[in-house]
Design a protein around this ligand. Structure first.
Ligand code: TA6
Length: 309
C-alpha cells in the first residue's frame, strides 16, 4: 500500500495524484511510483510518498519568465520501490551515513519506505502545506533499529520551501538519533560556486577517515568534497545563479557533498556528465552532533530553502 491510498488528499485545484512514469517519462525506471504534484500560483512541486521526499520544486518567486529550480533531481535517477531516489530532499533517519554495524542501510531506512499523507491544505499566504507521518514503528520497532519511534514531516511549499521535522522516541530507553534533510541543489558552474556561512567551523572530512579540520573562508569545490560541519550558524548561502539561502533551526550540522568526477561516474544514478550539476547542502544532527533522545521525548527542527540576493 502506498502512502497516498490510505489518506488521499481531498480534491483541490492546486494538487493532484500522479506517478513517476507520467511525470518523468525520460527516466529509465523499474517501477512507476505514486507521486503528489502541487501546482499553485507560487510553485510547482513533485513529492514521492516513498521517503516523504520532495523531488522537484520550481519557485515562481522572482518573475514569471524566470522560474527558479530550488532542487536538483538527477536526470538519471532511478525510480525503484524501496530504493533511495537520487535528488530532491531525501530524509536520512534514524541514522545519518553508514551504520557501524555491517549490513544496515546507509542513511537509515526512512527514505526507502512509504510515509502517510496526513493532511493537505492551502494556507492564507497561498502556500500548500503537506503533513506526512512515519508511524509504522511507533509500537513495533523496525528489525534494523530496536527503538520504537515515529516522525512527522511538514512541507510548506510556496516561493520558498519550509520543512518542519518532529521525531519522537516512543520507547522506554534513550534512543540514539542522527538525521539529515539531505537536499540536492542545482549549481550553474561548480568550479565557481562558493558556500558561505561555514568559515571558522570545524568539520569531519569524510574523504580522510573523518579527520577533524577547520574551515578557512568559503567552501569551494575542486574534486570530491564530503564534510560534516559541526555546530554551524543557522544560515548558509550557496553562491551560484540564483543564490540560495538555507536556514536551519535546531539542526546544528551542515553536510556538504559533491562526489567529484570519478565517484559521480561510478554512481549509476548520477554519471560523469551530471556530477558537476549539483551540490548537497544538508542540515541535521550528524557526526559528533548526533543526539540521544530520552524516552518519550521529541526532537523538533526546521529547514527553509529559498532564493536570496
Ligand atoms: O551526505 C553525504 C553522503 O553521506 C556522502 O558520503 C555520499 O555517500 C552521499 O551522502 C550519498 O549517499 P547515498 O547513500 O544517497 O548514495
Amino acid at each position: 500500500m502506498t502512502g497516498l491510498t490510505s489518506a488521499s488528499p481531498e480534491n483541490h485545484p492546486w494538487w493532484r495524484l500522479s506517478d513517476s512514469a507520467t511525470e518523468f517519462p525520460q527516466h529509465n525506471s523499474v517501477d512507476s511510483l505514486p507521486l503528489l504534484v502541487v501546482e499553485s500560483p507560487l510553485c510547482r512541486s513533485v513529492i514521492a510518498p516513498q521517503g516523504a521526499q520532495l523531488l522537484t520544486h520550481t519557485s515562481y518567486g522572482r518573475t514569471t519568465s524566470n522560474n527558479d529550480q530550488l532542487l536538483w533531481l538527477s536526470p538519471t535517477a532511478l525510480f525503484v520501490r524501496g530504493k533511495p531516489l537520487r535528488g530532491g530532499v531525501p530524509l536520512c533517519l534514524p541514522w545519518f551515513g553508514p551504520h557501524n554495524e555491517p549490513g544496515k542501510p546507509q542513511h537509515g531506512f526512512a527514505r526507502n519506505e512509504d510515509w502517510q499523507l496526513l493532511g493537505a491544505q492551502a494556507d492564507s499566504d497561498g502556500n500548500v502545506v503537506l503533513s506526512w507521518g512515519f508511524g509504522q514503528y511507533a509500537s513495533q520497532p523496525h528489525p534494523e533499529f530496536p527503538w520504537r519511534f515515529s516522525a512527522r514531516l511538514t512541507m510548506t511549499l510556496g516561493t520558498r520551501i519550509e520543512l518542519g521535522l518532529e521525531i519522537q522516541n516512543c520507547d522506554t530507553s534513550p534512543m540514539p538519533l542522527s538525521w539529515a534533510l539531505h537536499s540536492y541543489h542545482p549549481v550553474s558552474d561548480l568550479a565557481a560556486v562558493r558556500v558561505r556561512g561555514l568559515a571558522g567551523c570545524d568539520f569531519l572530512d569524510n574523504t580522510r577517515q573523518l579527520e577533524r579540520r577547520r574551515q578557512q573562508g568559503d567552501v569551494q569545490f575542486n574534486g570530491e568534497l564530503d564534510r560534516i560541519y559541526l555546530s554551524v550558524p543557522d544560515e548558509q548561502i550557496i553562491a551560484t545563479e540564483p543564490a540560495l539561502a538555507i536556514r536551519g533551526s535546531n539542526c546544528p550540522s551542515a553536510i556538504v557533498w559533491n562526489p567529484g568526477y570519478d565517484k559521480a561516474a561510478a554512481l549509476a544514478d548520477v554519471g560523469a556528465e551530471h556530477g558537476q550539476e549539483f551540490i548537497c547542502l544538508e542540515r541535521g544532527n550528524a557526526g559528533t552532533n548526533a543526539l540521544s533522545l530520552d524516552a518519550g521525548a521529541s526532537h523538533r527542527a526546521s529547514v527553509s530553502i529559498g532564493v536570496t540576493g
